[in-house]
Design a protein around this ligand. Structure first.
Ligand code: MRU
Length: 351
């Protein structure tokens, strides 16, 4: 069901609604190939999220919101009476696509709140307006938090980022890379060191692509190279995104983030988490309650389609970890900055 739309995807085009269909830039093959896949059915959007066609917490939320539009349209077309009951299975399927990024559940909950207010007439336009609003608001939030994060940086300096928390991972502009974009524009960043981010290589494939697209100096490094770089003294900040932030400021993000935070503390380097408030889950007290996704060990046992580990080798593949709040210098959101996060400070942000 592949189709092309008039433009090739840029980093800002993770999800595009175009002439009644959802187009997702296939992030599994970027940047080697730039292809959109078109979606008309919510269940296929859920499968796309699980399969990493679209990934990154806010982008998953945006895609799920459009998935709810498709669910409502299909249910109403099949039987106008009772469309609300009929979409439940699609909502459940979207919610079951990935467990860690809370933006997914946040977006579905927001769409569900709208659904509760709708009558029995065709819901498609109202659902679409809400999904477009979620998309636009995320982009605006990233611009705002990007500027707020940039204000914290005394430059010019070098920064390290992990995974891809850029435009491709969001509604646009990016969270960690939003801070980088704003700080670079203000002359505060010399160079970004992008961890390659095994096993999905979001750093090599997506972060390097995004920053090169914008002309921001970027150097790729193996995940294990971060400590030796920190020891050279030229790095001012580690800047990462998040998939879920607990009420006490513990932060779930791509596997390896916790190690970076420990190393940053040891070297006296500041550690910033940039995320919209849709990533904050005040319903859980600490990171211990964040469900950590475990993916197929095959993702680790092979690389680029080639089997590396010996046959029968055991492997564990948790794809996120939790960085304790005590290692976080700043959580930067569109509502403001929380320095040295605690439950009290997070509550004050979220009232
Ligand atoms: O497995 P992924 O690629 O969905 O993981 C993405 C990350 O861990 C990002 O750092 C996080 O979602 C923040 S994106 C703004």
């Amino acid at each position: 069901m592949k189709t092309t739309i008039p433009t090739v995807p840029t980093p800002d085009d993770a999800a595009v609604w175009y002439e009644g269909r959802l187009y997702l830039a296939d992030q599994r093959i970027l940047p080697e190939r730039t292809e959109f896949i078109a979606y008309d059915v919510a269940a296929d959007v859920a499968d796309a999220i699980r399969a990493m066609v679209v990934r990154g917490a806010p982008a998953i939320g945006v895609a799920a919101a459009y998935g709810v539009v498709l669910a409502g349209r299909s249910a109403y077309a099949a039987a106008a009476e009772g469309w609300k009951a009929a979409i439940e299975s699609d909502l459940e399927r979207l919610a079951a696509s990935r467990p860690t990024a809370v933006n997914l559940f946040w977006a579905i909950r927001r769409m569900r709140s709208l659904i509760d207010t709708l009558d029995a007439s065709d819901p498609t336009d109202r659902l679409l307006q809400e999904a477009l609003a979620i998309h636009d608001e995320d982009r605006a939030a990233n611009r705002r938090l990007g500027d707020l994060g940039a204000e914290l940086i005394v430059g010019p300096t070098n920064v390290i980022t992990h995974c891809n928390a850029g435009a491709a991972a969001t509604g646009g502009y990016g969270t960690a890379l939003g801070v980088v974009r704003s700080a670079y524009a203000a002359g505060k960043i010399r160079r970004v060191y992008a961890d390659e981010t095994r096993p999905w290589m979001q750093g090599s494939r997506l972060t390097a692509w995004e920053l090169m697209h914008d002309g921001i100096p970027v150097t790729l490094q193996a995940d294990g190279a971060a400590a030796s770089l920190m020891a050279t003294g030229g790095v001012g900040w580690v800047i990462v995104g998040s998939d879920r932030i607990a009420a006490n400021g513990d932060v779930a993000n791509k596997i390896g983030t916790y190690g970076l935070a420990v190393m940053a503390k040891y070297h006296g380097i500041k550690f910033m988490v940039a995320a919209p408030t849709s990533t904050i889950d005040m319903e859980i007290a600490s990171g211990a309650e964040i469900p950590i996704e475990e993916r197929d060990p095959e993702e680790l046992l092979s690389c680029g389609g080639r089997r590396l580990a010996p046959a029968g080798c055991d492997a564990r593949n948790p794809v996120f970890d939790v960085t304790p709040a005590a290692l976080v210098d700043a959580i930067v959101t569109e509502r403001g900055v929380v320095l040295n996060p605690t439950t009290e400070k997070m509550r004050a942000l979220m009232v």
